[in-house]
Design a protein around this ligand. Structure first.
Ligand code: PMT
Length: 221
């Protein structure tokens, strides 16, 4: 039986991966399926929360009773997360957000030129949504949770990222071409700004999600 310990709370979750368009047919993207973020949304709803799920390019069914807001790019994701975060008790950034986007968007499909080498793709920085929300706290007492997708030196990189981003909790998970992305399972260590470390054994993404909500609920009391 799930305790309704998030009843009366509004939580905002981002899920999926942003796509940064180069032209009308191509984009820079990543391997996020949205499954971890959707598991967070389902478990929060089961615990009684009002849930806003900002979903970037996730081909998954809308969880029952959850307000789903579809987005494409990091800039759109930022706009919708900030809008929803204004009255949120907790914000959880599980989306894989592109750090960079193409500097230019070609209105027509980029063509290959006979005998010519391709032009390099110039990139510009995207806004860091997690750092912005952590610094600004749109609502006082709001709990902010980030994820860290790492391929190497997972814990050391996670600790540095927690400091840099300024969030309360950071879920550190290892990713690879065939690891975590798209899978039904995950394993992680949840780092707290208070120095706490909560390991979560390999298991369904819902189990990791429930541990995140346990830690969030404790900080909301
Ligand atoms: O979707 P699945 O297939 O289930 O896979 C789950 C997952 C691996 C995508 C997920 O568990 C995960 O790790 N999500 C975070 C991916 C990510 O962008 O990690 P990062 O280390 O690059 O970013 C750190 C944090 O900053 C994240 O909370 C991210 O949402 C946030 N961020 C990053 C860049 C940016 N410009 N703005 C941000 O807010």
């Amino acid at each position: 039986v799930t305790e309704p310990d998030l009843r009366g709370r509004h939580v905002v979750i981002s899920a999926g991966g942003t796509r940064e368009p180069l032209d009308p047919v191509r984009f820079l993207g990543n391997r996020s399926s949205g499954k971890q973020g959707y598991a967070l949304a389902r478990t929060a709803a089961a615990r009684g929360a009002r849930v806003t799920l900002i979903a970037a390019n996730a081909a998954l069914p809308d969880p029952a009773g959850v307000d789903v807001v579809p987005v494409g790019t990091a800039v759109q994701l930022r706009e919708e997360v900030l809008r929803a975060a204004a009255d949120a008790d907790a914000v959880v950034m599980a989306a894989a957000v592109a750090d960079f986007r193409p500097a230019a968007y070609a209105a027509g499909k980029i063509k290959k030129q006979d005998g010519r080498e391709p032009e390099p793709v110039a990139l510009v920085r995207n806004p860091d949504i997690l750092a912005e929300i952590s610094a600004g706290r749109p609502r006082p007492g709001q709990v902010v949770v980030g994820f860290a997708a790492e391929t190497d030196d997972v814990l050391a990189n996670g600790r540095a990222k927690l400091k840099r981003k300024g969030c309360d909790l950071l879920v550190v998970n290892e990713v690879g071409e065939h690891r975590t992305f798209g899978s039904e399972e995950n394993e992680a260590v949840v780092l707290g700004a208070d120095g706490s470390e909560t390991p979560v054994a390999h298991g369904p993404k819902e189990a990791l999600a429930d541990t995140v909500w346990d830690l969030v609920a404790a900080r909301l009391e």
